[in-house]
Design a protein around this ligand. Sequence first.
Ligand SMILES: NC(=O)c1ccc[n+]([C@@H]2O[C@H](COP(=O)([O-])OP(=O)(O)OC[C@H]3O[C@@H](n4cnc5c(N)ncnc54)[C@H](OP(=O)(O)O)[C@@H]3O)[C@@H](O)[C@H]2O)c1
Length: 259
Amino acid sequence: MKAALVTGASSGIGEATALLLARRGFDLGLGYRSDADGAKRVAAEVEAAGRRAVLFRLDHADPAAAAAAVDEAAENLGGVDAFVNNAGINHRAEFLDETLDDWRRMLDVDLTGPFACAQAAARRMVARGRGGRIVNVSSVHDEIPIWGGSAYCAAKGGFTMLTKVMALELARHGITVNAVSPGETATPMNGVPVGTDAGDLPRPSIPVGRPARAREVAALIAYLLEPDAAYLTGQSLTIDGGLMLMGAIPNQKDGGGLQ
Ligand SMILES: NC(=O)c1ccc[n+]([C@@H]2O[C@H](COP(=O)([O-])OP(=O)(O)OC[C@H]3O[C@@H](n4cnc5c(N)ncnc54)[C@H](OP(=O)(O)O)[C@@H]3O)[C@@H](O)[C@H]2O)c1
């Protein structure tokens, strides 16, 4: 029996990942913050696929409490083989206008909370002695700047570097740690209504010409949980439709729809 915890499982990339993992035989711990209905809907689909679903509420804004929620969910699930550290937010403010409160909130939600949650999951994996997999959902903006993204880019850049240190230190416990770094993905984070296909969102500045579908990002995450991915660790795997090939991103000040 395999068990995975996915944070931010009530929508978007986390939802798509949870559903794919259920189809691949994982029992699921489904983390959410405010969207209990969304989390229950995902749980029902996991159960329809014949797997267990355990819901847990967490808020990265309180990292210690979030880590405790991850630990309790792992207990309820009978252990954790894989942790998908996905929950996060985006916030834009020009550097000169950014407030300390928003900066701190962004760093808590997109870096300190994920750090504490991953630590809780990894401690469980180490104690059980059966290895494990951790996937940190970062962003192309761990590497390339975006206008108004001082806090987001700092958080995601830190998250990807944290990934490498975790991989270095946890390899001896049989735990791989990788970051998946998407470009723009058609999810509620970008205001894309549920049910909209990414193919209907033209993006001339992206070589593939559209944002990612959440299930395409989920497929990469799920690969990292497969037995044959055991030798892949400490990497940041970019999935961006070729965006990074473009060098400078046009129209950044106007947003550009990029995450
Ligand atoms: N969409 C993109 O273009 C894109 C690109 C690169 C990277 N990413 C990253 O992908 C991850 C998932 O984003 P998404 O696009 O799937 O967005 P989404 O559909 O908005 O999902 C975000 C998830 O995170 C949860 N969440 C938000 N704030 C939280 C908090 N303080 N504590 C705990 N959970 C919280 C939400 O829970 P509730 O709804 O229940 O509150 C939701 O389940 C994020 O880390 C994001 O930075 C997204």
